[in-house]
Design a protein around this ligand. Sequence first.
Ligand SMILES: Nc1ncnc2c1ncn2[C@@H]1O[C@H](COP(=O)(O)OP(=O)(O)OP(=O)(O)O)[C@@H](O)[C@H]1O
Length: 195
Amino acid sequence: MGKIFYMMGKSSSGKDTIFKEILKKKELNLHQIVLYTTRPARANETDGVQYHFVDEERLSEFQDAGKVIELRAYQVVGGVWKYFTVDDEQTDLDTKDYLAIGTLVSYEKLRDYYGAERIVPIYVEVEDGMRLARALDRERRQIKPNYDEMCRRFLADSADFSEENLEKAGIKKRFQNEELQKCVEKITEFIFQSK
Ligand SMILES: Nc1ncnc2c1ncn2[C@@H]1O[C@H](COP(=O)(O)OP(=O)(O)OP(=O)(O)O)[C@@H](O)[C@H]1O
């Protein structure tokens, strides 16, 4: 039986970094779930790689077919961009295991859709002060740092990943990301055991 290993954590907890490291481990044989979005592709993006870029009409077709597992909509200047997970032919849980990143809410939706035995949460945690310092370091390296947005995300994630919400979602196991390689090794071992 295939499983979806679902990585979550507050902003700058290191999800993206760990995700890439885990995918490099060929022995785990994990596949990616490519999300869908209605936002236009950026110049350096390729359809089917970062996202499947689709229009509202295609989204409606997926919705009518009951294939949209979770959807998030963001108001942006000039419209609304939607990001969503589709139960399409790329996800073959009979034979393959997957690695994905998401929010606590999207985790719960996938779990309700596929069943708890198929979705394994991987919650990454870093002490708040260290996490904020990493977020600031990362932001400083941007060509146009956006400190307002960094602070907004930091505060929003405190609420989204509150102890109460983690408890409600049934998240018990936590992986501390103090030292990257140690954390990656622990998660790799955990995935092997959970397969
Ligand atoms: N163990 C670690 N030690 C030091 N720095 C780390 C460690 N893990 C990640 N980082 C750094 O912390 C920053 C945040 O990591 P990353 O972008 O992977 O976080 P994220 O959880 O994906 O954040 P977001 O949700 O905001 O995109 C990056 O600059 C990354 O290089």
